[in-house]
Every structure is written in structure tokens, then in C-alpha cells.
Design a protein around this ligand. Sequence first.
Ligand SMILES: Cc1cc2nc3c(=O)[nH]c(=O)nc-3n(C[C@H](O)[C@H](O)[C@H](O)COP(=O)(O)O)c2cc1C
Length: 353
Amino acid sequence: MSRLFSPWTLRGIVLRNRIVVSPMCQYMAEEGVAGEWHHVHLGSRAVGGAGMVIVEASAVSPEGRISPGDLGLWNKEQEEALRPIAAFMRSQGAVPGIQIAHAGRKASTASPFRGGRFLSPGEGGWRTLAPSALPFGAYGVPEELDEAGITTLREAFAGSAVRAASAGFEYLEIHMAHGYLLHSFLSPLSNRRTDGYGGSLANRMRFPLEVVDAVRKVWPMDRPLGVRISAVDWVEGGWDLPSSLDLSRELAGRGVDLVDCSSGGIVHDAKIPLGPGYQTAFSERIRKEAGVATLAVGMITDPVQAEHILITGQADGVALAREMLRDPYWPLHAAARLGVDSPWPLPYARARS
Ligand SMILES: Cc1cc2nc3c(=O)[nH]c(=O)nc-3n(C[C@H](O)[C@H](O)[C@H](O)COP(=O)(O)O)c2cc1C
């Protein structure tokens, strides 16, 4: 029996296996609205057999986009464009998930394939928002959020959660990683506030946890809620694993069902020891010490490696990103490799060896 191909229950939702397509920005949206690219890209990965496909970071407000090509979920048109995509993924047996995000001080850049540099307002960019007026590398200096701005953004996250539920998504993930807005409140490297939202660990966690509370209140009780964190900043004096353990316990107590364990992103020059499964140790510690289900991610490419992560208790599920770009049918190939008799899409049955 393969653990990778065992069903996975999260609240009222059952995944057919423990393979998750990690959220991946495509930078192909117009005004935040999904188009044909998103249908085909996401639909292919659902056809490919994943248990869940998570739609890329979708901005809760216009200035929360990383680039002008990001998806958004701040208006009705964006919600309507996502509805058939969620329905198609569901029809193919994959749980439709979506990540909601605000890029904070890392917003307002060109997409990576257009150079990726910071865009000033005169170049099609916009004014960025952050806990403190500290720029990310050579990006523009962000505006420090005041209490009214914090309240507006908390409501924006909740508004996007309502739209995600209405559009038919069954899993919602709050992006609290990679140096974006919520992570930038957590990390002492980017949060230098002296009010109730900065200073102590409890204060730095305050706004991200308020967002979680606001979202959990509107996200349906029978659907799982996840949070992606950067378990460590990989910088001396930055966010660390003990802080992630505290945060994960708080999240679990607030009705978060899954912690998606990534890392890094708060500074551009961190030394990250990249290698196969380089983040699974974080997922293992959080799962065991915070008592919450976890998703392992990062250079997981091989079915045997994925199986090993699960049977050794390092995570409850695995998320794959780049490998799913190389091979949208990875789950079908993984089943064959592990000797699992997993169904293929009926129109493709004649190709099954
Ligand atoms: C093209 C691309 C876009 C990405 N966009 C997102 C995103 O929208 N949200 C997110 O949390 N991570 C994003 N990531 C990070 C991946 O989800 C994943 O955590 C990372 O690539 C490591 O996994 P991998 O080694 O399997 O690629 C992106 C990665 C890639 C390659």
C-alpha cells in the first residue's frame, strides 16, 4: 500500500491522494482576471491526477499583486473567471484550491520573464505597503501601514475568502511566506513597528493571526483552511523555527487545518542550502511539535522520495511545483513507478502501458 496514493481527509474534503500541485504564479492574467492560459494550465494538472491543485497567489487587492500579470480575487469579475476552472478541476477528481496573498513590499515588479525588476508608479507600478518603511533590496521604499490600512487589508483577505468559496474552491491557503505582506509582519528583519503590531513575537504575529481569524469566520466550516509559512528566514536574527512552532500552534488553535512549510524570501541574499527535500525537516518538526497536519514542499521530484517523506512521518502530503511544470502527468507516472493501480483519465486509457 502506498501512503502517497492513500486518500487524505481534511475536514469535509477528501483528496484522492496526497499529491498537491503547489501554487505557481503564471503572470498571465489581465486586470487580475484568469483566462485561457489558466484554464489549460490548471486543468491539465487536474487531469494529470493530483489530489489537489492550488491556484497561484491571487491578490486580495490591486496593490497586493507581485506583477501586473498576477491573478486577483478582489472583485466579482475575477471570481466569475475562476468559477469554471474550479469546476473543471473538481470534475477531474482534483480538489480545487486557491492561495490568497498580498505581496506587500515585494509588489509592483515586472513578471520574471519581463525582467522581474521593481516598477515605479511611472512605469506601470504602484505604491507598495508594508509594516515598516523598509525596502526589499533595491525595490522602492514601501509605505508604512497605519491602523486603518491594516483594517482594510484584513477585510480584503476576508472578502477574497468569500469569493473563493463562492467560486467553488474547496481549499483555501493564506500566503504567509516568501517575504510577502504577512511574512513581513512576522519577521523582525522587516517589521520594526513600535505599536501593538511590532516588537515581541506576539505583536508581530498579531496582524497575520487577525487575518486568519477574519478568514476562518467566513470560510465554510466544512472546508479546510491552510497557511503557507516560511519556516525560517535563513538569516541570523530573522524568523526562526521556534517562532514557526509557536505560530503553528496558534494557527492550529484558530481552525487552520494545514501548514504548508516553505522557507526564505524576506531578504534577497539569504544563503539557502538547496537540495532534495531541503525543507522537509521543518514540516516534520511542525507536524510533530505543533500538532497540525503539514505539507512538505521544495525539490520533491521523485515518487520514491515523496513516499519516503510520508511514511517516515515528515508530512501529511507533498506539494510539487517545478516538477509539475516539467510533467503535468507526474501523479500518473508516480503511480506506475510505485506499482499503484490508480485510474487514468478515460480518454487517455489506450496510452497506459
Ligand atoms: C513559476 C513559479 C511560481 C511560483 N509561484 C508561487 C506562488 O504563487 N505562491 C507560492 O506560495 N509559491 C510559489 N512558488 C513556489 C512554489 O510553490 C514552491 O514552493 C517552490 O518552487 C519549491 O518547490 P519545487 O522545488 O517543487 O519547485 C512558485 C514557484 C515557481 C517555480
